[in-house]
Design a protein around this ligand. Structure first.
Ligand code: SF4
Length: 329
């Protein structure tokens, strides 16, 4: 793909980001090296399932941006904005909703699954907004007429949805407004939770980018190790141990030696965890420093978001001019 073309990605501001998210931000940083990149906090999306839990939404919106910036996203090399600050998203959503067949929304693979999962937890999310969330996602993307969207495999149907919508819009109004966005695969190695399950807030198995050194120590101390190892001299099985998996991410140089010593029963789990704690804390220290700076200078954050909003709004207004002309509204 040619340089200086737009790409876009976003995250729902539903709480603190963890180490697993850091890997996503790293892939975003890579995108900023090649493209004109836009990143947004998808606060309206958070409402599709958490419409009744909005107490922390404003705080979370700021915090997610602080997390991105602390993790190394450079606001000089991309545009960072809040979805709800660009009201054109709502207008395009209404206009696209007029031409989107209901069956397209109902057949989105995650729709029925998520409805059932929330139902089990005693929450009814069978709302108009939740049914329409793939359309809102398509709007968020198409508004910026990007050439591509970074995706994991589970998000492919959403990009396909966008492409179908583009074709339908062009066919109905005999126009060429949007490029059909392609999927940009970013290879992100998944970091498991501290219990070796999927890293998730609901499992309480995350280490957050904003965790203090003491919190990291506690979390690592609770990590699941090889249950067959009672004494230091018992030969271990590092492949079943979460600490060992993490050593592979944060202590790559020492991981082979740890593997050999664990198998030979010459390193204790306490010592192994101590090494990991030090490595994770060393990894998080510069992130903590950047966070502290942003938290003590809130206007810096306001300016970054305002500048991102301005850039996003300019593209959005241009898109809406073309859309209104095409529809003749
Ligand atoms: S020594 Fe390390 S790798 Fe081996 S079981 Fe203990 S914590 Fe896991």
């Amino acid at each position: 793909m040619a340089e200086n073309q737009r790409v876009l990605s976003g995250m729902r501001p539903t709480g603190r980001l963890h180490l697993g998210h850091h890997r996503v931000v790293e892939s975003w940083i890579e995108l900023t090296k090649k493209y004109d990149a836009y990143f947004f906090s998808a606060d309206w999306h958070a409402l599709t399932t958490k419409f009744d839990e909005t107490e922390s939404l404003r705080v979370n919106k700021r915090q997610i941006v602080i997390d991105w910036l602390s993790a190394g996203l450079d606001p000089e090399k991309c545009h960072i904005f809040h979805q709800s600050d660009i009201k054109e998203h709502a207008e395009l959503h209404v206009l696209f909703s007029m031409i989107t067949p209901l069956s397209w929304l109902e057949r989105v693979p995650t729709y029925k699954g998520q409805l059932a999962a929330f139902q089990e937890k005693g929450k009814d999310i069978a709302t108009y907004g939740f049914l329409g969330y793939p359309l809102l996602m398509a709007v968020d993307i198409l508004m910026y007429r990007p050439i591509g969207v970074p995706v994991g495999e589970d998000q492919l149907p959403h990009v396909e949805f966008c492409r179908e919508l583009v074709r339908r819009f062009h066919h109905l109004y005999d126009c060429e407004v949007f490029p059909e966005p392609s999927s940009i695969f970013s290879k992100i190695e998944t970091l498991p939770g501290t219990d070796n399950r999927k890293m998730s807030k609901s499992y309480d198995n995350c280490i957050y980018l904003s965790s203090t050194a003491a919190e990291v120590k506690d979390k690592v101390w609770q990590m699941v190790t090889d249950p067959a190892r009672i004494r230091k001299t018992d030969p271990g099985h590092p492949e079943v141990c979460a600490v060992y998996t993490y050593q592979g991410f944060f202590n790559k140089e020492e991981q082979p030696e740890i593997c050999a010593c664990c198998k030979a029963g010459t390193i204790g789990c306490g010592e192994c965890k101590k090494k990991l704690t030090e490595k994770i804390n060393a990894f998080l220290d510069p992130i903590r420093e950047r966070r502290a700076e942003l938290e003590t200078h809130p206007t810096m954050l306001d300016e970054i978001i305002e500048s991102g909003n301005t850039a996003a709004r300019a593209v959005a207004q241009e898109t809406m001019e073309m859309v209104r002309d095409a529809i003749r509204v």
